[in-house]
Design a protein. Structure first.
Length: 225
């Protein structure tokens, strides 16, 4: 089941650091790279409360940014009775921007201490997704980036398109990177899993007419907008 909401998102800018894994991204305008959308914490909490229902739920945030959803999930799991050690084993975040990785880890450090460093994985979500022995999740939450095909640099774009092809879809040069994020996230769910993602409603509806929509309707048992 997927719960996708339309929001007026907060736009934030951040300074960036350079390393080998993200240099291509740092040459781009930051808002274009991140899609220019950040999630208000109240919305993160509301979506997380719906999605996370048991203290042993295994949760993925595929584009965790500054950690809004990670903080909401950690708080929710504490409320459900999970210990910091249990949360660290069941919560996974992925983020490619180094400064955002630091922000996300710091955001959950109060709950998890040094374990926060293992929760947030620095790197390309599509590269992470293609790793062998990737586990499946009870819950996926987040706010995937809205990035035009032409803006998304290689090799990350080719990885994203390859995942879509692998899952039976036909991406093209009009494919916003939000689409393979959602596709890969959906394919990361266990049977009966739940997904709550932020989406611009008109954008989502326009893509439902194509193979993206057919994929979701084949995989998901219920879809709520």
């Amino acid at each position: 089941m997927t719960d996708i909401s339309e929001i007026h998102a907060l736009v934030a800018k951040s300074s960036t650091e350079t390393n080998a894994g993200s240099r291509r991204f740092l040459d781009l305008d930051f808002d274009k790279l991140r899609g220019g959308y950040y999630t208000d914490f109240n919305l993160s909490e509301w979506m997380t409360k719906w999605a996370v229902r048991k203290k042993n739920d295994v949760v993925l945030e595929p584009s965790c940014g500054d950690g809004s959803f990670l903080e909401a999930v950690a708080n929710r799991l504490v409320d459900l009775g999970a210990s910091p050690a249990e949360i660290a084993k069941s919560l996974v975040g992925v983020e490619i921007i180094p400064n955002e990785v630091i922000s996300a880890r710091n955001r959950i450090r109060g709950r998890l201490g040094s374990r926060a460093d293992t929760v947030v994985n620095e790197g390309d979500f599509f590269d992470w997704w293609q790793q062998p022995k990737r586990k499946l999740f009870d819950v996926v939450v987040g706010n995937p980036p809205f990035i035009r095909y032409q803006t998304f640099p290689e090799p990350h774009r080719s990885r994203a398109m390859a995942i879509m092809t692998q899952l039976g879809m036909k991406p093209n040069r009009l494919t916003n990177i939000w689409v393979p994020f959602v596709v890969a996230a959906t394919a990361s769910l266990k049977p009966g899993g739940r997904m709550a993602l932020v989406c611009l409603l008109n954008f989502f509806k326009s893509h439902m007419r194509h193979n993206f929509g057919r994929f979701l309707l084949t995989v998901l048992t219920e879809l709520t907008l």
